[in-house]
Write a protein that binds this ligand. Structure first.
Ligand code: UDP
Ligand code: MG
Length: 318
């Protein structure tokens, strides 16, 4: 972006049942905004925007209350729960600002890193990735699964920033470029690197959740990982194709052998095993292949419908 003037910063915070943390989060983010404004790094019009992702608790009422108390707090409310990625997108596309930072409501990602993101933005970066360089606070299970996920993504040829979640800064023009990616199977971490533009990274230590509990149980984590792989890579399809080719080659060799035995010798009758075994084997492989094909077909099905990814029901201060 390369602007030297103070940038108007928007901080987008997706919230799903985050009533227990929001006050604390607001205090800390407002303090940060005040400091950056005083330092002349961001414009006075900079704001925090909460996106209520169809919470069932008093999150929206609290957002309205906070917006009334503080002029630098705004919010939008989605018509129902659409998931973290869609809530984030709703925020990115709706709120004003020269640059938008996205951060989780629980502030597990160090807000102090936002100042360094803004600095990097002043130095010309359009996208600044927050990277966790210390995850000692996470459970061994979460660390291990996260690492396995990043490895697998790399193996499958998906370009993704290691240990980067959705804590990042994007310039206005990067967000405008993002609008041209219309996919419904939304995995922002995979899409953002495809945009290009000058990028930078900022590292920080991940902290414990300040209050409330994780909205990403293992099931949701697994579903996000699966979305990431199948939305960006056709390697699973290729593996099945390769497997099919190998099996086919073996079958051809096997037929020659069987024919040879049958025609050139008067040895054994074809056995039960050589008949039944391939049936099982091929049956299994076919079912697996159909399953994977179905997965991609399902994606095409959802994409072609072009359904809206979110619906904004209400806004305050936006
Ligand atoms: N979140 C959301 N919609 C959902 C689930 C989560 O907007 O359906 C938000 C949540 O409020 C939080 C962020 O996504 O701000 C990350 O969730 P969480 O902190 O629970 O995930 P974890 O840090 O445990 O991976
Ligand atoms: Mg969290």
């Amino acid at each position: 972006m390369g602007v030297q003037r103070a940038i108007q910063l928007g901080i987008v915070v997706p919230c799903y049942n985050e009533e227990p943390v929001l006050r604390d989060t607001t205090t800390r983010l407002l303090a940060l905004l005040d400091r950056l404004i005083a330092a002349g790094k961001i414009a006075v019009a900079s704001r925090i925007y909460y996106v209520d992702d169809g919470s069932r608790d008093g999150t929206w009422a609290l957002i309205e209350e906070l917006a009334q108390q503080h002029e630098r707090v705004g919010g939008l409310r989605l018509s129902r729960n659409r998931g973290h990625q869609n809530a984030l997108l709703a925020g990115l596309y709706t709120v004003p600002g020269d640059a938008i930072v996205s951060v989780d409501a629980d502030l597990q990602d160090d807000v102090e890193a936002i100042e360094r993101m803004v600095d990097a933005c002043h130095d010309g970066a359009d996208i600044v990735y927050g990277v966790r360089d210390d995850r000692s606070i996470d459970t061994a299970f979460k660390r291990w699964t996260a690492q396995a996920f990043y490895r697998l993504m790399a193996l499958f040829g998906v370009e993704i920033v290691y240990n980067h979640a959705d804590f990042r800064l994007m310039s206005r023009r990067a967000i405008d470029a993002l609008r041209d990616y219309h996919e419904v199977n939304l995995f922002l971490r995979g899409i953002v690197p495809l945009i290009g533009f000058p990028t930078a990274t900022v590292s920080y230590a991940r902290r414990a959740r300040r209050a409330g509990e994780s909205k990403y149980p293992s099931r949701r984590m697994l579903s996000l990982a699966w979305e990431g792989i199948t939305s960006f890579s056709i390697t699973p399809l290729r593996i099945v194709t390769a497997l099919g080719a190998v099996i086919f080659a073996l079958t051809v060799l096997m037929s020659f052998y069987v024919l040879g035995v049958r025609l050139l010798t008067d040895a054994a009758v074809p056995g039960w095993a050589s008949t039944v075994l391939p049936i099982y084997l091929l049956g299994g492989i076919q079912i697996l292949s159909i399953g994977i094909l179905g997965e991609y077909l399902g994606k095409i099905y959802r994409e072609v419908k072009q359904r809206p990814r979110y619906v904004v029901q209400q806004t305050v201060n936006v």
